[in-house]
Write a protein that binds this ligand. Structure first.
Ligand code: KG4
Length: 342
């Protein structure tokens, strides 16, 4: 039989326990156990997340292997998320990856979670067109913890051109939702309500940050004061106008994201553009980037919805590139909650 590289990917950085198997870059399985324990808390509770990972990790990995039709002894290497993320959560995936690698006598390969999001579009699937950007490309990386414009020179070479100086855009979505009593996570519910509202109805103060950096703390405060003032005049203001508030707030966030992305594309002359991270699931952002792309002759690439949120397929594909490049991670590696660079 022909030799093939079979990589197991493990992701446990936040509140999803996930395992995936890829063979020579093609996805065989991707299993995700999303944790429900956080629902009543309005956010992820780190302690509960670690415990749920500990419960889920063995069945999730077993299922991923079974679905892929692969035995543990067939694996070539194990890729795992080293960071950034919640330390207790990362420890579960990291320790599991190490233990399995020792028992199988195969290497581990650490992966930066953010790099996983950026390379999500490179996951190849049997029977599907495998369209991905050419290098170098720009990635608008937008999640609950990050808002960055990254220039990607190769699967292993990244340059951060701009990033948020305070909150991430996902946090702005989540805080807006919390403020309006719409629950957590905020992005999906605001996205849904925004489709029913008028994006031009309300205006919110935009930040004036030099260069390619972002800021989202001011606009959050602008929404807070606006809602507070309107509610003082009419206590039912929020209930009556929630669709228009969501549509207008979402549009303001997308405007901020797009202004800098357009600037980055002009400055670098790069027209290969992609997005990644949880907020890349936002339908308003996806429509806008597609429309701007057409107008500006960009080649735009949108990751499939199922690969926009945390998953191990993106970790496995990133690990695969590192593996091909000869990288192996020593067994004394420790996870890190913050990773400044890629
Ligand atoms: O990448 P991710 O799953 O987790 C990390 O931050 O690592 O991103 C989660 C963020 C949350 O802030 C969530 O509200 C946001 O992604 N999100 C969305 C949508 N779906 C998830 N934001 C806007 N629109 C969405 N459809």
């Amino acid at each position: 039989m022909e030799h093939s590289d079979i990589i197991l990917g493990i992701e446990s950085s936040c509140d999803d326990t996930s395992a995936a198997v890829i063979r020579d870059g093609y996805l065989l399985s991707n299993v995700i156990a999303s944790q429900q324990v956080h629902k009543d808390f309005g956010g992820v509770v780190p302690e509960l997340a670690s415990r749920a990972h500990e419960q889920n990790i063995v069945p999730v990995v077993s299922q991923a292997l079974a679905k892929a039709g692969v035995k543990a002894s067939d694996l070539t290497a194990i890729a795992f998320t080293r960071g950034p993320g919640l330390l207790g959560s990362l420890l579960v995936g990291t320790s599991f990856a190490k233990a399995l690698s020792v028992s199988l006598g195969i290497p581990i390969i650490m992966v930066n979670h953010l790099q996983g999001h950026i390379l999500a579009g490179f996951i190849k699937q049997y029977g599907q067109e495998n369209r991905h950007p050419e290098f170098p490309f720009l990635c608008l990386l937008v999640s609950g913890g990050n808002s960055q414009i990254v220039k990607v020179n190769s699967p292993l070479d990244y340059e951060i051109l701009g990033q948020t100086i305070d909150d991430a855009v996902g946090e702005a979505f989540d805080k807006c939702s919390k403020m309006m009593g719409l629950g957590y996570p905020g992005g999906p519910v605001i996205d849904r309500l925004a489709k029913l509202g008028d994006p031009e109805r309300f205006k919110f103060a935009k930040p004036h940050i030099p260069g390619l950096d972002y800021s989202f703390s001011g606009i959050k405060t602008s929404l807070l004061y606006f809602v507070r003032d309107e509610m003082a005049k009419d206590p039912e203001f929020m209930e009556k106008n929630k669709e228009d508030i969501c549509a207008s707030f979402q549009k303001a966030l997308i405007d901020i994201l797009m202004d800098k992305l357009i600037k980055a594309a002009k400055q670098t002359g790069i027209r290969e553009i992609t997005i990644g991270g949880g907020v890349s699931a936002n339908s308003g952002l996806r429509d806008r980037i597609t429309a701007e792309g057409k107008k500006r002759c960009w080649n735009t690439y949108l990751p499939e919805f199922k690969f926009t949120t945390d998953n191990a397929a993106m970790i496995a594909i990133s690990g695969y590139y590192h593996y091909l490049h000869g990288e192996r991670t020593p067994l004394d590696v420790a996870p890190v909650s913050r990773m400044a660079d890629f």
